[in-house]
Write a protein that binds this ligand. Structure first.
Ligand code: FES
Length: 157
């Protein structure tokens, strides 16, 4: 078993050796959207490894490819569904903002102010800045999401 520190939540779930960082997030019921189903093809499990990167499995080619097209990445970015925990001392933090949910859910938020940044679930770009009004044009930006995910999954087969 290995402990993973989740910042800034201050939680330290214990997961099986070689389990995914994602499993630590799920153990603490952190809302991870997993738009691609944990296959390394979206932005929704993007984390920053603040310490202990040497205790994680190395990035694979798929992860490199996906991180290469995400907004807001840093040199310490990882996809939680691809990074496996093989040692102690791993500390991860989550990007600021919420990933957009299904566009039907978002439609009920039109005209309201975003309390935090709303991020695109596939490429991680900021769709609505914090404090800005959620508009119909924002919804339109989500029209291609299902298509993009399915397309990527098809390439993966
Ligand atoms: S859940 Fe989509 S990349 Fe990890």
């Amino acid at each position: 078993m290995k402990k993973v520190s989740l910042l800034p939540l201050g939680r330290q779930p214990e997961i099986k050796t070689n389990a995914r960082v994602l499993d630590a997030l799920l153990a603490e019921e952190v809302g991870v959207m997993m738009a691609c189903g944990g296959r390394g093809l979206c932005a929704t499990c993007h984390v920053f490894v603040e310490e202990g990167s040497e205790s994680l499995s190395p990035r694979n080619a798929r992860e490199d490819r996906t991180l290469g097209r995400l907004s807001g990445t840093r040199p310490n970015s990882r996809l939680a569904c691809q990074a496996r925990v093989c040692g102690e001392g791993v500390r991860v933090s989550l990007p600021d903002g919420l990933y957009a949910l299904d566009r039907k859910d978002i439609e009920s938020l039109i005209g309201k102010r975003a309390r935090t940044a709303i991020l695109h679930p596939i490429d991680g770009r900021v769709l609505v800045e914090p404090g800005k009004i959620i508009t119909r044009s924002f919804i339109m930006q989500l029209n291609d999401v299902d298509f993009q995910v399915n397309d990527d999954l098809a390439d993966d087969a």
